[in-house]
Design a protein around this ligand. Structure first.
Ligand code: SF4
Ligand code: SF4
Length: 459
């Protein structure tokens, strides 16, 4: 292991005084209060096994998976319950022993409808289940075996994007991946599940990187971690130093939002820029989130597909903030019970982080592969909107150099072609503009609305 020795990225790369080595970053961005203090030191705890799971068939970008189990079918942990429908899709497996109760249509947190497979859980049998470690000959793994394994396990990007991971690792013949960038940033306020994984499952992270390296023989492996997680930097550095066959470079990054966004992370880590409308693959880079790595290790060494995940439950409106490992399909109401219930005047519940997450109208949703957080915000944390004062702050902070105020104004006026001409689709909805806006205008909501309109109407 060595600390990355390439020159600092151009722009506002900076050295933070309290950190003993240079940290790198991207241009623009914001500095929200991180609100991580309630859970940063909280070890991951398992939720009690739920009596009922509601598992959506659509938990990833791409086509929804196709159910292969129906009402009355018995299931066991790790059994396939939905197969991928095509290349850009992902398998879904049962986390438990139980019986399929029914398949129902319900909305996902983002509003889209999905089929959900409801499983009545055999709690006792599931509690007694243990995954068995299996021997893996890493030297026998080639690229196909690595990518097939990732696909079979139903692994998707766990940082929130939920893009099927086997697709990310399947470059077209014209592209070659030479760099793996690990995303250990977790720049969204409140969320600490990735931080805990870097501390508690460090060995597994490094094992997963070794698996990927067998398939791709990367020229460089860069592990980006924000400098406000010195314990994670130390843990990963120590674990990486213990392997001689996989050179991992630790890249301390400046604490800034959205440092964990793919394009910003790649730029900060190795100075490469992903052109507008292109994928990192096209410049030879693949980014993998730390939880994605844990899921890969789980499959190769334990035969465990992606059937559970760690989620941070936090905010002033929850009694005991926690990092909980929950089976996919666990009702959010079970997580609330596991955290001692709701306290105070909760005015906003968010699935994900406060910057890119989705406000929920009810708690009638369940944990999916992309569920990184469940936040309960109180009056003190929610502010009403007022008219634009044309201060330009939203423009100053946009890491994609867009004009959020104009995009939102065009969306509001129904001028979608004008919005598209201002590179509407380059917005990746990071929320920096809305955060910086003193008028608290719902810039991202308007931009998202315009993007959806342009996509649906093929403008
Ligand atoms: S316009 Fe989009 S990319 Fe730019 S700051 Fe706003 S949400 Fe982020
Ligand atoms: S930051 Fe808000 S108030 Fe300032 S120009 Fe942008 S939209 Fe208007």
């Amino acid at each position: 292991m060595r600390m990355a020795g390439v020159p600092l990225a151009e722009g506002d790369a900076a050295t933070e005084r309290e950190f003993p080595m240079p940290v790198r970053t991207f241009k623009k961005g914001v500095h929200p209060h991180d609100h991580k203090e309630r859970t940063a030191s909280s070890a991951v705890e398992d939720t009690p096994v739920p009596a009922l799971l509601r598992i959506p068939v659509s938990q990833h970008l791409g086509k929804p998976a196709l159910p292969v189990k129906g009402r009355g079918d018995e299931v066991v942990p790790g059994e396939l319950i939905c197969d991928a429908d095509g290349f850009v899709s992902a398998r879904v497996h049962s986390p438990v022993y139980g019986k399929v109760k029914r398949i129902v249509q319900q909305p996902l947190p983002a509003g889209r409808m999905s089929d959900y497979i409801e499983i009545e859980v055999n709690v006792e049998e599931t509690q007694a289940h243990e995954w068995q470690r299996r021997d893996v000959d890493l030297d026998a793994l080639d690229r196909k075996a690595v990518v097939d394994g990732i696909r079979d396990a139903g692994v998707v990007g766990m940082g929130g994007a939920t893009f099927p991971t086997h697709v990310k690792f399947s470059p077209p013949p014209t592209a070659e991946i030479d760099t793996l960038v690990i995303n250990g940033v977790e720049c969204e306020p409140y969320l600490t599940c990735d931080h805990r994984l870097m501390l508690e499952r460090t060995t597994e992270l490094v094992e997963a990187i070794r698996i990927l390296h067998r398939g791709f023989s990367f020229k460089r492996i860069l592990f980006g971690i924000e400098s406000n997680k010195p314990d994670a930097i130390e843990a990963v550095s120590t674990a990486a130093a213990g392997v001689s066959d996989t050179p991992i470079e630790i890249v301390p990054l400046k604490v800034k939002y959205p440092q964990g966004a793919e394009k910003m992370l790649i730029y900060a880590a190795n100075g490469r820029t992903v052109p507008a409308g292109k994928l990192p693959l096209e410049i030879g880079v693949v980014v993998a989130n730390v939880f994605t790595l844990v899921a890969i290790e789980d499959w190769f060494f334990w035969g465990k597909p992606l059937v559970d995940r760690v989620i941070t439950v936090s905010g002033d409106g929850i009694k005991e903030a926690r990092n909980l490992r929950a089976p996919i399909g666990t009702p959010f109401s079970d997580l609330v019970d596991g955290c001692g219930g709701i306290v105070g005047d909760v005015t906003k519940v968010i699935a994900g982080g406060p910057m890119m997450g989705v406000a929920l109208p009810t708690l009638d949703y369940s944990v999916t592969k992309g569920s990184s957080g469940l936040l309960f915000l109180t009056n003190a944390e929610v502010v009403d909107e007022s008219p634009c004062i044309r201060c330009g702050r939203c423009v100053d902070v946009c890491p994609m150099n867009l004009m959020p105020l104009k995009l939102a104004a065009y969306a509001r006026a129904g001028k979608f072609l004008e919005a598209r001409a201002l590179h509407l689709n380059d917005c990746f909805e990071c929320g920096s503009c809305a955060y910086a806006c003193p008028a608290r205008i719902k810039l991202v909501a308007w931009i998202r609305y315009a993007k959806n309109y342009v996509r649906v109407h093929k403008l």
